[in-house]
Each structure stands twice: as C-alpha cells, then as structure tokens.
Design a protein around this ligand. Structure first.
Ligand code: ATP
Ligand code: MG
Length: 242
C-alpha cells in the first residue's frame, strides 16, 4: 500500500479537525478528498506531509511509519504537496522556482536546471521558463506550484484545490496535467470543491465531514449517496446534471 491513514485524529484547542480517520491508498491511484469547508482536508494534508503532528493515530507511507516526521523528511521519502494558498518565490524566475524543488535530489546546478526544464516541458510552462513568477497569470501560478512539487520527484503528490477559480477550459487543461502526472507513475491525492472537475478525474473519493470520514467509494456511488448529498453536495450539484 502506498499510503495508510490509520485512526488519525488532530485536535486544535477545542476543535477536532480530524477524528479517527482511516483509509488506504494504493499506488497508481488518483484519489479525491472532498468535504465542506472546515471538514479537515487541509489538516490531513498537513499531517501526511509532516507539517503537523497528529494528536493520535499513525501515517504509513510505503509501509514505513512516517508519523511526526519533518516536512523535508517526508519530501525526501517521496511526498510532495501544493498549498491551498499559492506560495511561489515571486521574485525568482519560473525555472528557478522549479529548480528549488529539484535541488532536493541533486546538488549539481547543471543537472538541476535540466530536470527543471524537462518538468516545465511536460507540465506546459516551458514557454514561461524565464518569466518572473510574479508575472504569471493565476492558472500559470498554480501550474508552477505543481511543477515545483514534481521536481522533487515524488511518488505521491498532494494537490490542495489547484483548480480553484479556473475557467472550465483551464480546469480541463489542469485535469489533463493530473492524468499525465499519474501516467508518469505518480499517485495523486487531491482536494477539490468543483465536483464537475473532480468526479470524472478520480478513481475513488474519500469524504470528510466535521473531521470524520463519512464515505469512501467510487465517484459514481459518491454522487448518489444520500449522506454525501445531505452533508455536502446538496441540490446545487444535482441541478448541474453531472
Ligand atoms: N493551525 C490551526 N489552528 C487552529 N485551528 C485550525 C488550524 N488549522 C485548521 N484549524 C481548524 O480545523 C478545522 C479544519 O480545517 P481545515 O483547514 O483542515 O479544513 P478544510 O477541509 O481544508 O476546509 P476548506 O475547504 O475551507 O479549505 C477548521 O475548524 C479550522 O478552523
Ligand atoms: Mg483546506
């Protein structure tokens, strides 16, 4: 198993951001993580990526217990993530931003630059390589975050709302990139609120509600599930005809 979340809870003062969450993720999967605002999705990402230590429970990655490891240790093992609020190095160029990630695996600048260039090619940002990150359009900024995460050569990529605010054609293009990432052998765990984008893309969906795992199933079953509709999807999504 690539990732095992085993009875994970996370408490912030009086708030239980995650409560006894358990699920597993096999290698090669695109897994969607959904749930209302405040359900605990980003908290769980922070726990998997080592940014937060859970109050209880274990996280295993490729069979190894990584609970409480530092972010850089998790990244070295093969877990990369993007942030819900984009965090690029704005005063650096696009290729330099990607090189920052690639330096995790090599200290040789020439090699790092070549890795970064290759990733920019297949992630669709090569034409912006020498631009300053600050000059990018919002969808390009998101793409750059993904490219930098990819440059650390992950086995698991955590995407936190990377399609938020994109137009339908931009989201389509984002979905194609996610498929390409998986085709290259990287498993993807993604949080997304736009169901029209998420459901056609993922193999499976895990839903959190008030910190608890409410459902784990195939997209087709999730969108018809009474509990999921009541807690999250509501009439808006059914009305969209997906
Ligand atoms: N560092 C923190 N300190 C205190 N409370 C926190 C912290 N991080 C998250 N929380 C709380 O934990 C709960 C879960 O938050 P989280 O950000 O994980 O939700 P989310 O599912 O990602 O929501 P959204 O869809 O809005 O991004 C919320 O009640 C939030 O206010
Ligand atoms: Mg969040």
């Amino acid at each position: 198993m690539l990732l095992e979340i085993d009875d994970v809870s996370c408490q912030f003062g009086g708030v239980m951001a995650n409560q006894h969450v358990s699920f597993t993720m096999p290698e090669g999967e695109i897994l969607g993580l959904i749930g209302p605002n405040g359900a605990g999705k980003t908290t769980l990402f922070n726990i998997i990526a080592g940014a937060i230590k859970p109050s209880s429970g274990r996280v295993r990655f490729q069979g190894k217990d990584i609970t409480g490891m530092r972010p850089d240790e998790c990244c070295r093992l093969g877990i990369a993530r993007t942030f819900q609020v984009v965090r690029n190095f704005e005063d650096m160029t696009v290729i330099e931003n990607v090189m920052v990630g690639a330096f995790l695996r090599s200290g040789r600048e020439k090699e790092v630059r070549a890795t970064a260039r290759a990733i920019l090619e297949w992630s669709g940002l090569a034409h912006r390589a020498e631009a300053q990150a600050v000059e990018l359009t919002p969808p390009e900024k998101r793409r750059l975050e993904v490219a930098r995460a990819l440059s650390t050569r992950p086995k698991l990529l955590l995407l936190d709302e990377v399609m938020a605010g994109l137009t339908p054609p931009e989201a389509q293009s984002g979905s194609e990139l996610v498929r390409e990432i998986r085709a290259r052998g990287i498993s993807v765990l993604m949080v997304e609120h736009v169901m029209e984008v998420l459901m056609p893309l993922v193999d499976r969906v895990v839903m959190l509600n008030l910190g608890e795992l409410l459902k784990d199933g195939k997209p087709a079953d999730i969108v018809r599930d009474k509990d999921v509709i009541a807690a999250y999807l509501g009439d808006k999504y059914r009305a969209s005809g997906v």
